[in-house]
Design a protein around this ligand. Structure first.
Ligand SMILES: NC(=O)c1ccc[n+]([C@@H]2O[C@H](COP(=O)([O-])OP(=O)(O)OC[C@H]3O[C@@H](n4cnc5c(N)ncnc54)[C@H](O)[C@@H]3O)[C@@H](O)[C@H]2O)c1
Ligand SMILES: O=c1ccn([C@@H]2O[C@H](COP(=O)(O)OP(=O)(O)O[C@H]3O[C@H](CO)[C@@H](O)[C@H](O)[C@H]3O)[C@@H](O)[C@H]2O)c(=O)[nH]1
Length: 330
């Protein structure tokens, strides 16, 4: 039997490139679609590459009608909470309009399986912690609102047109695969762990922690860090689960949270450097604490995070930036 081909949209980006690498090792043939607005050509390994923008409907429709994929994995998005507060229009266009284009191209070409990158930002301010899938969805950032709107679109496309969908609500993606030449390279970088590591390595001269007056045990925000390879594994399990279930909505996290100051302390300890970040104002759109109840994913996907130990994550990110201080060459 020949291997199965899947389409990884946003596969030149951070999580998508790790997923494509993992899925290729698991025996899938991969086509990556990306407009390289945030991703890197050199993060795509051993895959066909289709350079296209999801906002170009005719390019999408032609591609979908000329190719058959077992499933679509949709990672592409604008995905920064703070940026979405300042520029919501970008988020409504590049997330909702783009997802609509993709779904219409799928529908016209009879593609019927999609795994979608959703987020814990769909919940908004937690009323109860850890967050379960049935928690109220009341997103507080345009980013979270666009992701929830796409979840609703997928629900309707499933009911009316039979497109089966898994919406995987990631908590904070972290870690990398330096041995495969894969890392996290956003420009500028906005995520906490790479920023702390870059500061410790002397690659950046400033580190700001946004807010020290949150109602948490040390005043900084708390997040649940899940390794990108654990995410990748859950995606392939979700594809399998779509055989039996037409609609899947699951949290992907570890169930444990670390505060921003704990991340700084862990990098200080591992690197042997005493890090003194500046304290800045709170970043708009940031809830104080986001921690998953991942038990539903554990049950339905028979999945457990196995790469998400914090010290291991920090060591990998350290290795990546030590070996490639300027990130990917393109
Ligand atoms: N990073 C996290 O912690 C996190 C957490 C929860 C959910 N997510 C979701 O996971 C997905 C991937 O996140 P990431 O951190 O890898 O982001 P990323 O920015 O590294 O990757 C996104 C990729 O999509 C591409 N892209 C964006 N708009 C496009 C368009 N219109 N057409 C074609 N390609 C386009 C970019 O060039 C990039 O390669 C996103 O949907 C994000 O919302 C991320
Ligand atoms: O230089 C920095 C960077 C971040 N932070 C703080 O660190 C925490 C984590 O921030 P970040 O790493 O930017 O992740 P989030 O804002 O939590 O967002 C990520 O995680 C979300 C799920 O929680 C996803 O939906 C988003 O796509 C993804 O960017 C927050 O309190 C930030 O304010 C700092 O204090 N200084």
């Amino acid at each position: 039997m020949g291997s199965k081909r899947i389409l990884v949209i946003g596969g030149a980006g951070y999580i998508g490139s790790h997923f494509a690498h993992y899925a290729r090792k698991a025996g899938f043939d991969i086509t990556v679609m990306d407009n390289l607005s945030k991703g890197h050509r050199s993060a795509i390994r051993g895959a066909d590459f289709f350079n296209a923008d999801l906002n170009d409907f005719s390019a999408l429709a032609d591609h979908f009608s000329d190719n058959h994929y077992e499933a679509i994995f949709h990672f592409a998005a604008s995905c920064l909470v703070g940026e979405s507060m300042a520029d919501p229009a970008q988020y409504y266009r590049n997330n909702i309009v783009a997802a609509y284009n993709m779904l219409e191209a799928m529908r016209a070409s009879h593609h019927d399986r999609i795994v979608f990158s959703s987020t814990c930002a769909v919940y908004g301010m937690p009323r109860t912690l850890p967050l379960r899938e049935d928690h109220l969805k009341d997103p507080i950032s345009p980013y979270g609102k666009t992701k929830l709107a796409i979840e609703w679109m997928l629900e309707d496309y499933s009911r009316a047109y039979g497109i089966r969908s898994a919406c995987l609500r990631y908590f904070n993606a972290a870690g990398c695969e330096p041995s495969a030449g894969l890392g996290e390279d956003h420009r500028p970088e906005s995520h906490l762990i790479p920023n702390v590591v870059r500061f410790a390595l002397g690659l950046d001269d400033k580190l700001v922690i946004f807010g020290n007056d949150y109602p948490t045990f040390d005043g900084s925000c708390i997040r649940d860090y899940i390794h990108v390879t654990d995410l990748a594994n859950a995606h392939l399990r979700a594809l399998d689960a779509l055989e039996d279930q037409a609609l899947i909505r699951l949290n992907l996290g570890t169930g444990s949270g670390f505060s921003n100051f704990q991340i700084v302390d862990a990098v200080s300890r591992i690197s042997g450097t005493d890090l003194n970040p500046e304290i800045g104002p709170r970043r708009p759109g940031d809830p104080a604490e986001l921690v998953a109840d991942p038990s539903e994913a554990w049950r339905i996907l028979e999945w457990r995070p196995v790469r998400s130990d914090l010290d291991a994550i920090i060591s990998e990110v350290w290795t990546w930036f030590s070996e490639q201080p300027n990130g990917y060459p393109d």
